[in-house]
Design a protein around this ligand. Structure first.
Ligand SMILES: Cc1cc2nc3c(=O)[nH]c(=O)nc-3n(C[C@H](O)[C@H](O)[C@H](O)COP(=O)(O)OP(=O)(O)OC[C@H]3O[C@@H](n4cnc5c(N)ncnc54)[C@H](O)[C@@H]3O)c2cc1C
Length: 437
């Protein structure tokens, strides 16, 4: 029997478990969290309610199967070492643990000010999603008006919105208006205020500002169509600017384009702003303008410049990423029968990309496709043939050596972890008693 270990049970890990299960390959999913929802629960701000519910249901359906054993509250690298996991007799180990480490702001010494004027995106959104839950025992974050958010990707737009929505919710509540952030987000701040008889212009909240190295038209708010003409690309760029303007208006956020953070403003041992340098685009590349440095004061800086995989002792790194020998197969360099998939491999913070990548990599690992999905087939067809052949050779070789899993040793390991965390092996029961907030 083939039995794989999957590290991380969210979009990518659950999809890999499903692919395995559909082919009769059993999987043990080791998940750090109480629940397996990963960035869906803790990364996406909680106003994405419909998307969250849909993804929760999909993950549950993939994990609640007889071929899949779920092991919650188990961080590989802490509760269970990667070496022990590898030595436990699995046919293969799949890393689907996503990207949870915020990329550091490239300003020397700035990380010393985390919690003193600086927050990073991942802990901020986790706090935002959970701090109003009864029994929340995590860190308490203190926000401030007029924050600077350094970013430019899609997630940074959610972050700057989040800061504004929190400020408005707090202020309106202080005036006796029941303004929860989700209703504010759904209606937009001006419409919500109007519906509650408040003139938003009468409320002096300083908006947070998104600081971006490029311009509004360069933001990934709308994609260029494949093979788009210059004219079509110009239209897309106009559409991007309009989308951003709508966000600014609906959520009272400001935008500061063509600025790169190059230094920090520290007063009384607290970060109180950034030194920004103007930039320009030269042949599509960002170039900083010498002599243009200026201080922008702010009581809070939030860095939202991307997430990278967290290091796990025993997993080789190459720069910010794990050291993949082959991005087609997800094979790790120098580690026999260890593969990565989803966000950990693609580096793209996107549900669809994570799931598609997990499906492709897992299918190559455990066998040919059975479920038909035209979108995925197209991705596969479009893949570079030479690389694809090479990938299949790598996998054939990898799994040929795998043989059957050592069921006794794996069973003992799973039961040891279940006993440690109080899980009785019944996924539905566990999820019913550990519901998401
Ligand atoms: C602010 C924000 C907004 C976003 N908005 C959108 C959007 O609108 N649309 C969209 O498509 N995407 C969006 N995304 C991105 C999307 O949520 C993620 O790209 C996607 O969910 C990643 O799925 P994954 O399974 O690859 O990784 P993750 O969801 O990160 O799953 C990894 C899992 O592994 C677990 N894990 C981590 N380390 C360990 C370990 N050592 N041992 C055991 N388990 C471990 C984690 O707990 C987690 O459950 C957004 C992200 C953010 C941050």
């Amino acid at each position: 029997m083939l039995l794989v270990a999957i590290v991380g049970g969210a979009v990518a890990g659950s999809e890999a478990a499903l692919v395995c299960a559909e082919r009769g390959v059993h999987a043990v999913v080791f998940e750090r969290g109480v629940r397996p929802y990963g960035k869906i629960e803790d990364g996406l701000p909680r106003w994405h309610a419909k998307l969250r519910d849909k993804e929760y249901a999909r993950i549950d359906a993939s994990l609640n199967r007889p071929e899949v054993r779920f092991v919650p509250r188990t961080t590989i690298g802490e509760d269970l070492s990667f070496e022990r996991l590898r030595a436990s007799g699995f046919s293969a180990v799949i890393l689907a643990n996503g990207a949870w480490r915020d990329r550091s702001l490239p300003i020397e010494g700035i990380d010393a000010f985390v919690g003193r004027g600086l927050y990073y995106q991942n802990p901020l959104v986790h706090w935002f999603n959970h701090h109003e839950e009864p029994g929340y025992a995590g860190p308490q974050l203190e926000l401030a008006e007029g924050a600077l958010v350094v970013g430019g990707g899609l997630a940074s737009i959610d972050v700057v919105k989040l800061l504004s929505l929190e400020a408005w919710s707090k202020t309106l509540r202080a005036r006796g208006i029941d303004a929860d952030v989700v209703s504010l987000e759904h209606r937009g701040i001006p419409a919500f205020c109007e519906a509650n008889g408040v003139d938003p212009r009468s409320i002096p909240i300083r908006p947070p500002t998104l600081v971006y190295r490029r311009d509004a038209e360069d933001m990934p708010l709308a994609d260029f169509a494949e093979g788009a003409t210059e004219e079509q690309r110009a239209k897309t760029r106009v559409a991007r600017r309009r989308i951003l303007e709508r966000v600014m208006e609906r959520y009272h956020v400001a935008f500061l384009p063509k600025r790169a953070p190059v230094g920090m403003e520290v007063v009384d041992d607290r970060l109180r702003g950034l030194v920004l340098r103007e930039t320009e685009l030269v042949e599509g590349r960002v170039r900083e303008k010498p002599g243009s440095d200026h201080v922008v004061a702010s009581e809070l800086v939030v860095s939202s410049i991307g997430s990278i995989p967290e290091p796990i002792a025993g997993v080789p790194m190459r720069g910010e990423l794990y050291d993949f020998a082959d991005f087609e197969t997800g094979a790790l360099r120098g580690l026999d029968r260890v593969f990565g998939l989803g966000n950990v491999l693609t580096g793209r913070g996107n549900i669809r990309d994570s799931r598609q990548n997990a499906k492709l990599v897992a299918e190559r690992l455990v066998g040919t496709r059975e479920r038909e999905d035209p979108a995925l087939s197209k991705v596969a067809d479009d893949a570079h043939h030479e690389a694809h052949d090479n990938a299949e050779r790598v996998l054939d070789a990898a799994l040929a050596g795998a043989g059957h899993a050592d069921l006794t040793s794996i069973d003992a390991l799973v039961r040891e972890r279940w006993a440690a965390v109080g899980y009785d092996g019944d996924y539905a029961r566990w999820m019913a008693t550990h519901r998401a907030g």
